[in-house]
Design a protein around this ligand. Structure first.
Ligand code: CP
Ligand code: NVA
Length: 330
């Protein structure tokens, strides 16, 4: 199989082989080494990228901006109110206009079908910066962080706790299956991963000699785990009225000291961020006031512990996104 990704879109990890993901991880490591050593890598000088964000972002936007600038590219950021897309101009028309001016387009928004339509019409690589269904660039950062920590991926036991139907859970199930990591989704029955995705991921995992499990039993899931992962309980685009129901369903699925004690002694904690681990955010304060809970999906104790590698993970967003842009544009 060819490992040439030039001109390819990056819409979801299902579209990529294990070898292609390996190639992107290795490329990310090279870019990380160069950045750390201060070696310039303006390989894409003269090119330009557009970053469309219909939802808010800190990490993804900054990773694309800094990554593109390190590669020598120009960057245009379009916020939810900054373009005509969807309001006065169709996705297809926007794609055809931007494709005439830019060499690559990043899109964060709601439906996966939107980023797919952009890709269909743009004529240049389109990168998914998060949709309701998938968050593929986050996957590369997560895999890189795990591999950097343990030195390998295959055979590790990975547990995702929380809302197992969201973009992160869908993506992590596929990412682990592709790379031979044993994956367990630990969530109440009401918030379990879509059966179709479980089926697809299970088939992929068999090819890579790993497993995909789904359970609502915390103890069973986390005992001996190498990686414990969680995400916020209410995702972007969901109404805030849903918090009460989510807290009721997920309070027993919080990552806390008890969970980490049951995991392997050397286990690490990961989170895509942002996280509600304290009351230093307005949302965190509102929840603390209404529900009397400080620390939702993860306690502050775990978040701030030595086992927590969340800031290594956040940094890796930039190195991995740089690799995606380079591989598809060079
Ligand atoms: N993890 C992640 O995608 O963060 P942002 O929402 O800040 O981009
Ligand atoms: N599930 C979260 C991920 C944030 C990076 C959301 O979509 O808001």
């Amino acid at each position: 199989m060819s490992l040439n990704l030039r001109g390819k879109h990056f819409l979801k990890l299902l579209d990529f082989s294990s070898e292609e993901i390996r190639y992107l991880l290795d490329l990310s490591k090279n870019f990380k080494d160069m950045k750390r050593a201060g070696v310039p890598h303006r390989y894409l000088e003269g090119k330009n990228v557009a970053l469309i964000f219909e939802k808010t972002s800190t990490r993804t936007r900054c990773a694309f901006e800094v990554g593109a600038k390190d590669l020598g590219m120009g960057v245009t950021y379009l916020d939810p109110t900054g373009s005509q897309m969807g309001h006065k101009e169709s996705i297809a028309d926007t794609a055809r206009v931007l494709g005439r001016m830019f060499d690559g387009i990043e899109y964060r928004g709601f439906k996966q079908t939107t980023v797919e339509e952009l890709a269909e019409y743009a004529g240049v690589p389109v990168w998914n910066g998060l949709t309701d269904e998938w968050h593929p660039t986050q996957m590369l950062a997560d895999l890189l962080t795990i591999e950097e920590h343990f030195g390998y991926l295959k055979g590790l036991n990975f547990v995702y706790m929380g809302d197992a139907r969201n973009n992160m859970a869908n993506s992590l199930m596929v990412a682990c299956a592709k790379m031979g990591v044993n994956y367990t989704a630990c969530a109440p029955k009401e918030l379990q991963t879509d059966e179709e995705i479980v089926k697809i991921a299970t088939e992929i995992s068999k090819e890579n000699f790993s497993t995909v499990k789904v359970t609502d039993k915390v103890s069973e899931a986390v005992t001996g785990a190498n990686v414990i992962y969680t995400d916020i309980w209410v995702s972007m685009g969901e109404p805030k009225e849903i918090w009460a129901e989510r807290i009721k369903l997920l309070k027993d699925y919080q990552v806390n000291a008890d969970v980490m004690k049951k995991a392997d002694e050397q286990a690490i904690f990961l989170h895509c961020l942002p996280s509600f681990h304290d009351d230093k955010t307005t949302v965190g304060q509102d929840i603390a006031k209404e529900f009397g809970l400080v620390g939702l999906e993860v306690t502050d104790e775990v978040f701030e512990s030595k086992q927590s590698k969340v800031f290594d993970e956040a940094e890796n967003r930039m190195h991995t996104i740089k690799a995606v842009m380079y591989a598809t544009l060079f």
